[in-house]
Design a protein around this ligand. Structure first.
Ligand code: ADP
Length: 261
């Protein structure tokens, strides 16, 4: 389309931020936010000298406040920029800090865009080595506009091994290619469930669909994360698994495959 072929003239870095990694998915509910949160924590655990931020632009369903156990209104700096909230050493900003927890976002496109603009440009991040961005699911306006407004070092695409999720993940990967954002690879999430009692393994959403898609697209699989009670509980209690159980748990195994862990 015209927007795409016009290229990237409007791109401007986010002040103080060295590298932006976006976490995207074709469909909702596949574990994109869980991945974004644990990626931010893994980057921090991997090198404690690095400053990491987490930006939630999933304006319709912001999950970062709950997953990072944060709430409250950001303070404003002297230059009227919003100060991120901090937990587990990660600087976080989310639409969820700006609206009531239970308030639905019933907005037209333009209002969504102005919220995105605010989240991209009116945050005082200080100095960050990496900013992990939790995108909304799909390939709509928000994803395009984020990709065209800021330079992105790479996109991580999350999918379950289920056909319908993979189809949408494929579209996501193509979108990033069109806007010249390098795709770092796929994370296969919820691939296997192991019964805690009998240890039998069930591939609830299929076995290795994301691996096949990665092969088709010439991408790496960055991790294969099981469907595990501890991962869900950790997210729901605001103590993400990479932070709360860094060594001992089988639920963490998949995250250890990540190149940056
Ligand atoms: P998305 O951002 O794609 O909508 P979320 O990260 O919010 O997905 O995950 C959806 C739900 O599934 C959340 O309740 C989360 O805790 C849970 N979840 C995500 N990944 C896993 C996993 N590997 N094992 C168990 N539960 C998971």
């Amino acid at each position: 389309t015209q927007i795409m072929s016009r290229g990237l003239p409007k791109q401007r870095p986010i002040e103080g931020v060295k590298q932006v990694i976006v976490v995207a998915s074709g469909k909702g509910g596949v574990g994109k936010s869980t991945t974004a949160v644990n990626l931010a924590l893994a980057l921090a655990a991997n090198d404690s000298s690095k400053a990491i931020g987490l930006l939630d632009v999933d304006v319709y369903g912001p999950s970062i406040p709950k997953m990072m156990n944060l709430k409250g209104n950001p303070e404003l700096s002297q230059s009227n920029l919003m100060r991120p909230l901090l937990n587990y050493g990660i600087a976080c900003m989310s639409m969820g800090f700006l609206i009531e927890e239970t308030a639905p976002v019933v907005w037209r496109g333009l209002m969504v865009m102005s919220a995105i603009e605010k989240l991209l440009r009116q945050v005082d991040w200080g100095q960050l080595d990496y900013l992990v961005v939790d995108m909304p699911p799909g390939t709509g306006d928000v994803q395009l506009s984020v990709s065209q407004n800021i330079p992105i070092s790479g996109a991580v695409i999350v999918s379950t091994p289920q056909d319908i999720a993979l189809m949408d993940a494929h579209k996501g990967a193509e979108m990033f290619r069109k806007v010249h954002v390098p795709v770092l690879g796929l994370v296969q999430n919820m691939s296997v469930f192991q019964c805690p009692k009998c240890k039998h393994k069930t591939h609830i959403f299929g076995a290795d669909g994301a691996r096949k898609l990665a092969r088709t697209l010439g991408l790496d699989v960055l991790g294969d994360i099981p469907l595990h009670l501890n991962i869900r509980e950790a997210s729901d209690t605001g103590q993400p698994i990479v932070f709360s159980q860094p060594e001992s748990d089988e639920a963490i195994e998949g995250y250890k495959e990540w190149p940056w862990f």
